[in-house]
Design a protein around this ligand. Structure first.
Ligand code: MD3
Ligand code: FE
Length: 214
C-alpha cells in the first residue's frame, strides 16, 4: 500500500446514470461496426481474458506475431475503426488539460472472470498527453504502483461512472485490474457484452502532435 503516484486524478461518479446509458448505446454501435476481439500475448500467443475493440484513427491490438501496438483498421473486417463518439471527445476536452484530441478510444470488455495483469501503457509515441479512463458496469478492483513492476501499490475500487486521469508520473505507472465484482451494477444488459461484467474506455493520444516539443 502506498499513496497513488503524482498525476493520478480520480473523479468518482463524474458521469451520471443517463450519460452512462448514452455511452453504452454509443459503444454498442462501435462494437456493431468493429466486433470485439480477443488480443493475444506477443510470442506466447496466450489469449487475454479481456475482449477489446477501438474507435479513432489508432486502435490498440496485440497478437503473437505483431506484438503490442496500434493499427489503423480492424484486424478482422479490415475496415477503419469507427469515429470516437462526440460525448467521449467532450469528456477528454473537459478533463485532460491537453490541447490536442485523442486518437485512440480503446474499449475493454470484462466478463466477471476477466482480469488485466500489471502492465504499463508505453506503446504511444508521446507520454505528454494523459490517459483518460471511464468505467461502466460492474465495479472493479484497480491497482496502481510506480515506475517499476516491483514496489508498493495502491488498490481502489472503480465504479460505474468513475473517471480516472493519468498524467505526470502516473502516466507511466504499472497498473492492472485484479478482479471484477460481478453483479455489482445493472447498467449492462444481461444478454449483451457476454453477460453483465464491466466496460472500460481509455482515451489516448498516440502520435506526438506537431506543436509538442521534446
Ligand atoms: C494508469 N485498462 O487499457 S483503466 C488499459 O480498467 C488499462 O480496463 C484498465 O489498463 C481497465 O491499458 C485500467 C485505468 C488506467 C488506464 C490507463 C492507465 C490506468 C492507467 C495508464 C497509465 C497508468
Ligand atoms: Fe493500461
Amino acid at each position: 500500500m502506498a499513496a497513488p503516484p503524482e498525476g493520478f486524478r480520480y473523479l468518482p461518479g463524474l458521469l451520471g446514470p443517463d450519460a452512462q446509458a448514452a455511452l453504452v448505446a454509443a459503444l454498442r454501435c462501435i462494437a456493431g461496426e468493429a466486433p470485439l476481439y480477443r488480443p493475444a500475448m506477443p510470442k506466447s500467443g496466450r489469449p487475454f481474458s479481456v475482449r477489446m475493440t477501438n474507435a479513432g484513427s489508432h486502435g490498440w491490438y496485440s497478437d503473437k506475431e505483431t506484438g503490442y501496438g496500434y493499427i489503423g483498421r480492424h484486424p478482422g473486417t479490415g475496415q477503419p475503426w469507427p469515429a470516437i463518439p462526440p460525448a467521449l471527445l467532450a469528456l477528454w476536452r473537459e478533463v485532460s488539460g491537453y490541447p490536442a484530441d485523442p486518437e485512440c478510444c480503446l474499449v475493454n470488455v470484462y466478463a466477471p472472470e476477466a482480469r488485466m495483469g500489471l502492465h504499463r501503457d508505453e506503446d504511444e509515441d508521446t507520454f505528454a498527453a494523459p490517459v483518460v479512463s471511464l468505467s461502466l458496469g460492474d465495479s472493479a478492483v484497480f491497482r496502481i504502483g510506480g515506475p517499476t513492476r516491483r514496489g508498493p501499490t495502491t488498490s481502489l475500487k472503480l465504479h460505474s461512472g468513475d473517471v480516472v486521469v493519468l498524467a505526470g508520473t502516473a502516466r507511466l505507472a504499472y497498473h492492472g485490474i485484479d478482479r471484477i465484482l460481478g453483479g455489482s451494477s445493472r447498467l449492462l444488459p444481461p444478454h449483451e457484452w457476454g453477460g453483465g461484467g464491466r466496460i472500460n474506455v481509455t482515451l489516448r493520444r498516440v502520435t506526438r502532435p506537431p506543436e509538442e516539443t521534446s
